[in-house]
Design a protein around this ligand. Structure first.
Ligand code: TNX
Length: 555
């Protein structure tokens, strides 16, 4: 087979002259000379990372600039090579460099980036070490997750222009030194309510990207509520054909097919994020009752609900059919979900009280355990009997609840999501165009200024599994809305989950957070310009170079 096509009489002429490769080479050389003379657009310090690393040792005698011919070399294991390819995909668009990925038994930076899986070093399940020297970059970790987090840190140490989707002229300089890092809590999450308003798979994937940037490792999907049922269940098909067709405000709703859900789960898993599916029970079930009136206490289908009240609906706790339904639904969701968790809601079931409520919860907890999954539920589950591994999610606003503290004494672990600090559907300020204020206003300082380890009275830090930022979507209708409420508060919650308490410092955080602004702008991500953060006013993105024709035509 000829390697060089020989143009015959019918061949289409080459669009550019034969001199084109030389011109391109010349242009590249000129650019490299120019960018070598450029100062980085914003001076970076090794500690300018969100969430704050455990340990930062800058070395001003070291440092490195990514050259066009750099190679990313990883340990010869699929998981390490996958991180190397992800890193290359992050760095290629803005640099325009090829950044080929190779493998080696003992990867060395050698003027490029080395990702080293080393099981003999003591960096923990998610920790990493990042060394930047004149020889290049080395990320060392015990696991692929650690390498992935090291890559996220590295990404933030490049100039903000690294977020550009097009090649830009920039000197891709990194500060020298060593970062040694590992998370404070094993569970660091965010929740997206896809029930009040439905969001397309692509939107959810983009939220996953935001989580990954800040080293969050769980995405809790609130899949069902009064206004809509969002996950296909083969054994109860009307949950989606009937129950999914509404949302708050009367829009068309929607649902995820099993393939859609699996796509979200796999996309998240590739970013070391575990999906936590929530089927909210026994309340918040109007959409299920519309589809299957036999589950309703009066066996009459209620009208579809598109308002924003809570606490009026519930599945009949006295009917055995209800437990068949729950076993079928949770069974199908569990089968689609590789992660260990099944979230069963349990909040605001105002009409299912006392022993009827705890009896119901105890049965559902056993169904979850029989499926081999671990129960997660809102802290209203607390009075029900303990079951091995059970996790409660605190969403109160006063940090004091003896019933929750008692459940923890009986063995429960806690995910902390205080309504007045971590609820990302709260407004920042009275003039925030969307969001609630029932738990108060949450500006960035308020989102940052608490300690998950000591927040709930009577719950010791050892019982705290981690932290989660829920985003309820009664007033959220678009990806831009989601981003406006997420950013910049999500990084604040991420830092509480990841960084050691010793690094906690509002003034420092505020400055580091400001450095994220130009990155979001460059990447085309919406965020709230919170007035308490000293955002830079400099243009976010240097001149675009070599832009394809279609792009230069865009204003
Ligand atoms: C309370 S917090 C709820 C949700 C609402 C949210 C609005 C919790 C477990 N339940 O049903 O969407 O407030 O902020």
């Amino acid at each position: 087979m000829p390697t060089t096509p020989s143009p015959g009489p019918t061949a289409v002429p080459a669009p550019l002259s034969a001199a084109e490769p030389d011109a391109a080479t010349l242009a590249r050389t000129a650019e490299q000379t120019a960018s070598a003379l450029l100062a980085p657009s914003a001076p970076h310090r090794l500690a300018d990372v969100v969430p704050a690393p455990q340990q930062v040792q800058p070395d001003p005698t070291e440092g490195w600039t990514l050259p066009a011919e750099a190679v990313i070399v990883a340990s010869a294991e699929p998981a390490a090579l996958a991180v190397a390819e992800q890193l290359a995909q992050l760095l290629r668009p803005a640099t325009g460099y090829p950044l080929p990925v190779t493998d080696a038994t003992a990867p060395e930076p050698a003027g490029g980036i080395a990702l080293v899986l080393d099981e003999t070093v003591d960096l923990g399940a998610e920790g990493y070490r990042l060394d930047i020297t004149t020889a290049g970059v080395r990320v060392t970790a015990t696991t692929a997750a650690g390498l992935f987090y090291g890559a996220q840190t590295l990404r933030q140490l490049f100039p903000a222009a690294i977020e550009s989707p097009h090649p830009v002229t920039e000197r891709w300089a990194l500060p020298g030194g060593t970062i040694t890092d590992a998370p404070r809590f094993p569970y660091r999450g965010a929740m997206l309510d896809v029930a009040r308003h439905f969001f397309a798979v692509e939107d959810v994937l983009r939220v996953v990207d935001h989580l990954a940037r800040y080293k969050l490792n769980h995405l809790h999907l609130h899949l069902t509520d009064d206004q809509g049922w969002r996950i296909a269940v083969d054994s109860w098909p009307k949950l989606t054909t009937v129950g999914a067709t509404t949302e708050v405000g009367g829009g068309p709703g929607g649902h995820y097919t099993k393939a859609d859900y699996t796509r979200i789960v796999s996309y998240a898993a590739a970013r070391h994020i575990t999906v936590v599916p929530e089927i909210d029970l026994p309340g918040h079930t109007n959409s299920a009752l519309v589809a299957y009136p036999e589950l309703a206490p009066d066996k009459v289908a209620p009208p579809p609900y598109t308002g924003t009240e809570v606490g009026f609906s519930y599945v009949d706790p006295a009917d055995e059919r209800t437990y068949d339904f729950i076993a079928d639904v949770l069974g199908e969701v569990a089968a689609l979900t590789p992660g260990p968790w099944l979230h069963i809601g349990g909040d605001e079931a105002f009409k299912v009280k006392g022993e009827v409520y705890t009896g119901f919860v105890e049965r559902v907890q056993r169904i979850v355990a029989d499926l081999g999954k671990t129960v997660v539920g809102w802290h209203q589950l607390a009075p029900a009997a303990h079951l091995d591994g059970r996790v409660l999610q605190w969403w109160g606003t006063n940090g004091a609840d003896p019933t929750t503290a008692d459940a923890v004494r009986r063995g429960a672990q806690l995910i902390v999501s205080p309504g007045n600090h971590a609820y990302l559907d709260m407004k920042y300020a009275p003039d925030t165009p969307i969001g609630h204020d029932w738990a108060g206003l949450i500006d960035v300082h308020k989102a940052y200024d608490w300690d998950p380890g000591t927040h709930v009275a009577g719950v010791p830090a050892e019982a705290v599994l981690g932290v989660e930022a829920p985003l309820w979507t009664e007033s959220v209708t678009s990806l831009a809305d989601i981003e406006l409420l997420l950013l910049p508060r999500l990084p604040a919650i991420a830092e509480l989950g990841w960084s050691p308490r010793s690094t906690h410092d509002w003034a420092g955080f505020r400055d580091r957070l400001a450095g994220q602004g130009p990155r979001w702008t460059t990447a085309g991500i919406t965020f709230h310009r919170a007035p308490e953060v000293p955002w830079s006013t400099a243009p976010a993105i240097p001149a675009q170079r070599n832009a394809p024709q279609t792009d230069t035509a865009t204003p």
